[in-house]
Design a protein around this ligand. Sequence first.
Ligand code: FMN
Length: 186
Amino acid sequence: MKKIAVIYHSGYGHTAFFANKVAEGAVATKKVEVEVLTVEQATARMDTLSQFDGMIWGSPTYMGNVSGPFKTFMDASGSVWMKQGWSGKWAAGFTVSGSPSGDKQSTLISLTVLAAQHGMFWMPLMMTNETYAGVKPDDAVNRLGSSLGAMAQAGQVAPEVAFAPGDLKTATLFGAKFAEIVATKS
Ligand SMILES: Cc1cc2nc3c(=O)[nH]c(=O)nc-3n(C[C@H](O)[C@H](O)[C@H](O)COP(=O)(O)O)c2cc1C
């Protein structure tokens, strides 16, 4: 069976919560093995990450971009870049912000560039904003209208109650879609 990793940083638990929803969606397909790793765990085993057929990266948006710890993971992956060890594998990304916009597009662009530097195939979100189909904004898949990857907005409350239902649906569908792609196209 193909293997994927969900690799994330989370300062206050919101991105961790979302990352686990993404992983749940992937696991539910029963088509791939899934590991969830923090960036610290992933960096510590950088040399072994090429065993995964695909990686989903997640970072909170801090100051309009990936968080510092996530950037540390990106920089540490330079050792793999030297060998193009992830070339031809699949990648996708998500981010969680506090504000509805919060400049989180920049975060997804950074993740996309990381994939390109590594010669990876990028899976975009590929989900229409369901509000166009008349679904209530809070319940709508891709309610924030992203294309590059999954976006979510979390309130300044505990992760379990911080997300709109639509964002959590987006997370599980995103994980499932990535699992299908890796299982069938790698
Ligand atoms: C240092 C810092 C910078 C932040 N910068 C932004 C930002 O640029 N835009 C935004 O919408 N939210 C910003 N936030 C809010 C976080 O994105 C939001 O609280 C998110 O849910 C945090 O995820 P986490 O709990 O996984 O760390 C920032 C939070 C921190 C701590």
